[in-house]
Design a binder for this molecule. Sequence first.
Ligand code: ARG
Ligand code: ZN
Length: 871
Amino acid sequence: QVIYLKDYQVPEFLIEKTDLRFELQADATLVKARLQIRRNPQSLSKNSALVLQGDKDLVLCRVAVNDQVLAEQDYRRSEESLSINDVPDVFVLETVTEIYPDQNTALEGLYRSDGMYCTQCEAEGFRRITFYLDRPDVMSVFTTTIEADKAAYPVLLSNGNPVASGDADGDRHWVTWEDPFPKPAYLFALVAGDLAFIEDRYVTGSGREVTLQIFAAEKDLDKLDYAMISLKKSMRWDEEVYGREYDLDIYMIVAVDFFNMGAMENKGLNIFNTSCVLAHPETTTDAGFQRVEGVVAHEYFHNWSGNRVTCRDWFQLSLKEGFTVFRDAEFSADMNSRTVKRVEDVSLLRTAQFAEDAGPMAHPIRPASFIEISNFYTMTIYEKGAEVVRMIHTLLGAENFRKGSDLYFERHDGQAVTTDDFVQAMEDASGIDLSQFRLWYSQAGTPVIDVSDEYDASQQIYTLILKQRCPATPGQSEKAPFHIPVSVGLLGKSGQDMMLSNGETTQVLELKEAEQRFSFTEIEEKPIPSLLRSFSAPVKLHYGYQRDDLVFLMSHDSDGFNRWEAAQKLGVDILQELIGEYQAGNELVLDNRLTAAYRAVLTDLSLDQAMVSKVLTLPTEAYLSELSDIIDVDAIHAVREFVIKTLAEALSSELIAVYDRCNVSEKYAPDATSIARRALKNLALSYLMKTGKPEQLERALTQFQDADNMTDSMAALALVVHSPYAKAAEVILEQFYLRWKNEPLVVNQWLSVQASNPSKGALNTVKQLMQHESFNMRNPNKVRSLISGFSSLNPVNFHAMDGSGYRFLADQIIELNNLNPQIASRLVTPLTRWKRYPADRQGMMREELQRIMDSGELSRDVFEVVSKSLA
Ligand code: ARG
Ligand code: ZN
């Protein structure tokens, strides 16, 4: 059943006040709900029945309207709802419902994670807890009482402030929480468990004191400090950059091990996947620390962009997610290296999001329809959504953008609104016309810009000619031209930026037509253009750079992002040519300009050291795949390996020098400078390992044994496991497991390193690991590490010519379809790309999709993705 944006209607009823009482019992939980309901004066239907959403597994024990218990004939249950005819305009509805959190493997609604109770309600999980108007434009104040066994569940949490508590019969106790801010049900949360916590204080700019608490299992108490530091930084940053203060007396974060996504911004009570909140130098890599900082900030920022101002309906999801990702990205950029953060985000966008935009699930950041909303928590809604907000920021400038966000928050505080309301506020505050820009919200697909140029030496005029097009996507064959900010600079032979007519060295060209010319005057020599600086728009831009131009830009562009981009473009150009040679059966010879450029970067200490390891990382196999019309997995892998080995051999003395220079012993700190140093050291090691020299294996093993932090030890482990030294790998894998088997997040990485091993036999290893004591099909983090580790990070084995990888993945999807539809549906992604592969692989991938389709009753989640992929 397809749901359409165009069918949106205001709710027929509103819920003024929600009173919940949870009685948590070993086998079943009783949910007593008292809802103060009234007819929505804005609704056109004046005497419609009350229709509440409620999952089919809810056991309804009692329904009463204004204290009158209803008989069975007074209401109707369907698969997904409860309807009551002839209700008054204002009334109290009471229901008593029984639910079974222990049997909840979908991890939506109320479930148990390692002995504790927790909830996940976004998007539509609340209807698995009780009957409700489960839609984001129905906002209510909540009072929640939780009653449970005192010894097993000493900590009882919900949204807002605790207002009462006491003991109950049978060694039980209860706590009542009150949340004064009206909120949609998707922001409801409840936690009950035996939890330890750390506590801190934060004083807001206006002097309000806030208690900050982070809860986790006792054994993880030593891994919470970094999240607390990050939370306080986020609170300060949102005051400084957006003028937004926190609004309750208490802010809580709870870490849970079983979680479908990264984290959830429930009002005053965030629930986090342990992988996004726990951090300790011994168990967490640099990337892990940065993820914690970013996700803590993301969920905190949602308090304004998401909670105070929420979404009218789920088609507006990017209203809160795109904006909040933009906000957290800017926060991380301010806390760390801005250029590195941009490079990482753009890399992710260009591989995963561009691939999504080119596949059967392509959708605009404001989709027009869906079958299952859980399938739309996508790279497009989040990451492309953030890029769209970033473009608004670029077009308006920081000052106008801030005026726009102030107006947006002021105008819509306490409301459930649309992406169009957001754009309108930006327009109203700045006076800048965004009418054409709105197409970014309704048109899917990645625009392509072809750039050419002309130089008139006699007139000293340089002209850029930009042509845009956008490939067809499902349901959208023709696209109107987008309004695209293209940030450019012009470099002279000296390597200096030229002064442009706006008095600066960078100018934002506003491309609005299918084809448009932009002329620059008083240009004294033919420049080399630096195009799309800082990646000013989520597009593919083509310009006929010569390799020498790219080498020049690598060392001279004043835009740090475009220096990296020049290196990527040079790498892509060279790798693509070699892939052609490989396919033709020719001998491979590396263009020595790449070696020379890499040598220059390795030895130039004046460069931004945080960027060096990024610049020296060749385009990934995933990116090269995305750039291919037809993906030749084996050629891409073989050629990239050849280039790495060739570079490593040619540059081994420089690489050793870099390794030694960066291999300092110091107390671990996750700051930008030391992260950069470790990244460069481990990059050097990764090249050196490819020389195949035994002394480099020794170097890696020494690092593995000596490391006092997970970044260095994991890097060494991965390099050895992914090398031909199988014996050494076996030994340290065993050693590593014995040391870390009680740290689930470390074991996840151990699983993932083995799953992503490009050597032959990886699939068998994965199958064996599925029987390992550490694996649990019901825990999404385990599934992601092992199964997605194989299907997404191990292209050579996943795409094995005997079809074994595809078959394996389909088997897991079929099993997970019953256990956890959200996770099952995400696993389908690699198969959805079948059209991008050669015919033989296409056939096998399609066959597996068809087998999933025919495997029995499919969840909405899996059905939507599989059926759209086969269409
Ligand atoms: N709003 C959360 C976040 O972005 C994600 C929750 C997604 N939940 C889901 N069931 N898809 O921080
Ligand atoms: Zn979010």
